[in-house]
Design a protein around this ligand. Structure first.
Ligand code: SF4
Length: 353
């Protein structure tokens, strides 16, 4: 079964069309790096290892396959009280592997371990107008999706959600935690060796902090998800995306400024397919030849790409001096002068009047 998992949900919030290219070997994916090594680099693995030590008696669901993991989780959740690491919970085509799930009678507490640090004395998660601040938005939306799946699967349970994060107010850093988890590269595989001291750490010493985010999850449901396809309610978006992913149906290519950072872009002539090229051809009615011309996405250091795209600008040659507010710099070339050089430096047949 092709499930909408939390990583695919995150991908779809960035751009729903990405679901169609995700996991397909014949498409170029520039973010396809080793997730274990990436997690090591940003401290995620170390924080995860530490977190497991803070919930003694927790049982890890080691099954990798969805069916086995779902069965093992369901069996253990028969117990009145239990703490599970990496349990699998599904509702229809939606599936999550939570970092930690704590069952106490009819209450279910989701704990999501993150390596992003925050300040518990001044969290600063909510910004103007009750909207979530951009730096925390993906984390809150991720845990909101998990809470939605768990609530849907267990409608009679009280579900709460807590990220577990390094707390800046405790005056230490992930760097110090890294000392407890050494990386051993001696064999042909990379291994993590845990210092016995890590087993004796209390929550206070661990520098990690649990933080209830239910009020922020309510904001996600209230304001919806801001995606390139428009604002969608979390439940409706999850349903649409799960259905499209399960049937391998491409969602419309809602091209926009986000395409500049799309990982599914292959250079012209690449051996692998380019999702980016498919999207831009579909959305603009372009041919392969059209893809050889520079686009608005190539404009250097320019924040108004989405605005110009909303006005129908696609090619770099269509950009005008007014669009970039061309003005001289006080000390050398201004940003807009550099941008205009880029537009103006094109061969004459590409230039706009
Ligand atoms: S090229 Fe743009 S529309 Fe297509 S998948 Fe990437 S971000 Fe989405």
């Amino acid at each position: 079964m092709r499930y909408l998992t939390k990583s695919r949900f995150k991908l779809a919030v960035e751009c729903p069309r990405k679901l169609h290219y995700s996991g397909k070997k014949d498409y170029r994916n520039t973010k396809q790096e080793d997730s274990f090594l990436q997690s090591l680099a940003d401290g995620g693995f170390q924080v995860g290892e530490l977190a497991k030590r803070l919930y003694p008696g927790g049982i890890e669901i080691t099954a990798k396959g969805n069916a086995e993991a779902l069965a093992a989780t369901a069996e253990l959740l028969q117990r009145e009280n239990v703490t599970l690491f990496e349990p699998a919970i599904a509702h229809g085509n939606l599936l999550i592997r939570a970092d930690v799930l704590i069952k106490t009678g009819s209450s279910l507490k989701i704990v999501e371990v993150k390596s992003k640090s925050f300040d518990s004395s001044d969290p600063q998660i909510e910004g103007k107008g009750g909207l979530l601040k951009a730096e925390f938005k993906p984390y809150i939306e991720d845990i909101a999706f998990q809470a939605y799946v768990v609530r849907s699967a267990f409608p009679d349970s009280r579900v709460t959600a807590f990220p577990l994060l390094p707390d800046k107010s405790r005056l230490a850093s992930v760097e110090q935690m890294n000392q407890l988890f050494k990386i051993d590269r001696s064999g042909d595989r990379v291994r993590i060796v845990c210092d016995p001291k890590a087993d004796r750490l209390t929550t206070e010493e661990s520098l990690l902090c649990e933080f209830n985010v239910d009020p922020y999850i309510a904001l996600v449901h209230e304001h919806g998800l801001n995606t390139p396809s428009g604002v969608l309610g979390l439940a409706e978006a999850s349903r649409q995306w799960a259905e499209a992913y399960a049937n391998d149906e491409p969602l419309p290519a809602s091209i926009g400024a986000q395409c500049a950072k799309c990982e599914f872009k292959a250079p012209l002539g690449d051996a692998l397919k380019s999702g980016h090229a498919e999207c831009w051809k579909e959305a603009n009615g372009w041919s392969d030849a059209d893809l050889t011309e520079p686009t608005i996405l190539d404009l250097w250091n320019f924040r108004g790409k989405q605005k110009l795209m909303d006005q129908g600008v696609r090619r770099l040659a269509e950009v005008t001096q007014e669009d970039i507010k061309l003005a001289p710099g006080s000390n050398g070339l201004s940003n807009s002068e550099r941008q205009w050089l880029q537009v103006d430096g094109l061969p004459i047949e590409h230039k706009s009047e």
